[in-house]
Write a protein that binds this ligand. Structure first.
Ligand SMILES: Cc1cc2nc3c(=O)[nH]c(=O)nc-3n(C[C@H](O)[C@H](O)[C@H](O)COP(=O)(O)O)c2cc1C
Length: 214
């Protein structure tokens, strides 16, 4: 069953849909991005619930809309992500739903859109569900949180890619303005065409996210 958030309950009669955010997150950034988008929706009167993708107590079918956010580790999304998309294809297609990926490659301008990010492209190539709304966000680098092997590997990868290798590095590359723009798109998706803003009100550039036609 859906568990409405306190904010959602407080939103009262303005609440229009209950949106579920499912995150697959190793170090917490994808969860924080989900929480940020959920907060934006809640502020607009929507009801939201944020949970781990692997939380088996959550009944996804009890929600009106679903947003999935997943990070990359060692070149892949978590092994639970693709099976979830496959298993829930019909459910995801039956209601407004969106997908975003979080990774460090996306800190590069040439690889920060759903069309150019290699991890998003690889996931979509395997997923039977083709979301109408996609997002790609740059992740964070915090060597202090990694074990010795991961730290060594990440420093090597960064050295190859001319990124920061100082073991004291702690950088969040996420463009939170892009996250907020994506939140606006999620709100449009959840509410449907009837409440789309006019062209004059719509945000201009959206390089990190894309509404897919169809
Ligand atoms: C051990 C490790 C491996 C990673 N591998 C990749 C990778 O192959 N490609 C990439 O773009 N980012 C990689 N990252 C960066 C993560 O995607 C980034 O730190 C992201 O913010 C993690 O999000 P999360 O906190 O939601 O798990 C890796 C990070 C760690 C710690």
């Amino acid at each position: 069953m859906a568990i409405p958030t306190v904010q959602g309950l407080l939103a009262g009669p303005a609440a229009m849909a209950t949106t579920l955010f499912l995150y697959s997150s190793v170090y917490g950034l994808s969860r924080r991005i989900c929480e940020r988008i959920a907060a934006r929706l809640t502020a607009q009167g929507e009801t939201t619930h944020v949970a781990a993708l692997t939380d088996t107590t959550v009944d996804s079918s009890a929600f009106d809309a679903i947003v999935i956010g997943a990070s990359i580790k060692h070149g892949k999304h978590h092994p639970s992500v693709l099976p979830f998309l496959r298993e829930h294809q019909a459910l995801l297609e039956s209601r407004p739903s969106a997908l975003f990926s979080v990774n460090l490659v996306a800190r590069k301008p040439a690889k920060n859109t759903p069309q150019t990010n290699p991890y998003m492209k690889a996931l979509l190539a395997q997923s039977p569900w083709q979301p109408k709304l996609l997002g790609v966000f740059a992740g964070e680098l915090d060597y202090s949180r990694y074990g010795p092997v991961d730290k060594h590997m990440m420093r090597f990868v960064m050295w190859i890619n001319r990124g920061p290798t100082d073991p004291r590095t702690k950088i969040t590359f996420t463009n939170w303005d892009e996250v907020d723009r994506f939140a606006g798109q999620v709100l449009e998706l959840v509410r449907g065409p009837a409440v789309r803003p006019s062209a004059a009100e719509a945000p201009a550039a959206r390089p990190a996210a894309a509404l897919v036609a169809g």
